[in-house]
Design a protein. Structure first.
Length: 360
């Protein structure tokens, strides 16, 4: 398996709900401060009065306590739109994220960002939501402006900008559109190593393996010791059961550079398995599993154990993988291909998952 960068993260990390009483205290405190500020001068007729603001905030928090999240969100969003206050817009954005309402979250996030443009969190949320919802033109214009600013500020800022761009592109739900966005924003810098790798992984997600290979080979030519690029190319060959001798050489090179990386260890185990040597694969897969028992590594280890007729251990590993990521495509495909019903994994009589430290 390739580097952690291959394991793309979701477009948005939904925020956990805060404790309601904490939210009430926080919101009331923020708005009491706003009310005090507003009371120093006359207000426009279109603006809510400070007293009305505090009342609506407390009513919204009470609605949350009673399970009426939609009512609370609507009130907070309306207040944010009328007041353009960063604190209220942030609260509305978080409620919308928690309620799986991305369009309302974006509306609130844009107000939050406009009121507090220095907020990296607000910017990240807005970027992610625009990517998720398909507002690519707005996102591209925003990124181009930030790229120009970073370039004017020097190489360190430009590196930081491209790191953020790579992470954002990797979270995109549509890899083809994500590649187009990255290339449009990066312009002549799209051959930078960090962007070459991200573009290659996006092409892999789009199953455009020829483009992926071209970019990874270009990156390896620039940086022969780029372990993750070596591993990604080798794993791609192994996973598709192609060019296995070359895959093994590439992964061996990566493993010499990063001998304890769980993804590279997993790749080495997987190429041995593809070469018909499951017993040789097992020590590498156990080592990877011990370091990081995630769904994809669990899928590989479980399949090798299953082929070696160690079905109880395999089911335990599969079960642990499902507990980490029930929707993981590699694990789901593995179970389907092996003819193992999901309920059979979850109802396995073993009470303990396989001990990652056990010897194969």
């Amino acid at each position: 398996m390739s580097s952690p960068s291959r394991r793309l993260q979701p477009v948005h990390a939904w925020l956990r709900p805060t404790r309601l009483w904490q939210g009430a205290v926080l919101a009331a405190g923020l708005w009491l401060g706003l009310a005090a500020q507003a009371s120093k001068g006359p207000s426009a007729n279109t603006e809510p009065s400070p007293a009305s603001i505090v009342f609506q905030i407390l009513a919204s928090e009470l609605a949350l306590q009673q399970g009426e999240q939609g009512v609370a969100l609507a009130t907070y969003l309306s207040l944010a739109q009328r007041t353009n206050d960063a604190a209220v817009a942030e609260r509305a954005c978080r409620l919308a994220l928690n309620g799986r309402a991305p369009r309302q979250a974006l509306d609130a996030g844009l107000i939050w960002l406009k009121a507090k443009p220095e907020s990296a969190e607000a910017q990240d949320i807005v970027d992610s939501l625009q990517m998720l919802l398909g507002f690519h033109n707005d996102l591209q214009q925003s990124l181009l402006a930030r790229r120009a600013k970073a370039e004017a500020e020097g190489e360190a800022n430009l590196v930081a900008f491209y790191d953020r761009l790579a992470a954002l592109s990797s979270r995109g739900p549509d890899p083809v559109k994500a590649v187009a966005l990255l290339e449009a924003v990066a312009l002549e810098h799209s051959v930078r190593p960090e962007l070459l790798y991200t573009r290659a992984m996006l092409y892999e997600r789009a199953q455009n393996f020829s483009q992926m290979e071209r970019l990874l080979r270009s990156l390896i030519a620039k940086e022969p010791n780029h372990a993750h690029a070596l591993n990604a190319l080798g794993y791609s060959f192994a996973d598709r059961n192609e060019r296995l001798p070359e895959a093994k050489v590439l992964i061996e090179q990566a493993l010499r550079l990063l001998p304890n990386d769980p993804h590279i260890l997993d790749s080495m185990g997987w190429v041995y398995f593809r070469q018909g040597m499951p017993k040789d694969a097992l020590p590498f897969l156990y080592s990877a599993y011990e370091r990081q028992p995630d769904a994809e590594i669990s899928a590989h280890l479980g399949e090798v154990l299953w082929q070696l007729s160690r079905s109880d251990e395999a089911l335990a590993v599969f079960r642990l993988g499902l507990s980490h990521d029930p929707q993981n495509t590699v694990l789901k495909e593995t179970l389907s291909r092996l003819g193992i019903a999901r309920k059979a994994v979850l109802s396995d009589p073993l009470s303990e998952a396989l001990d990652p430290s056990a010897s194969p």
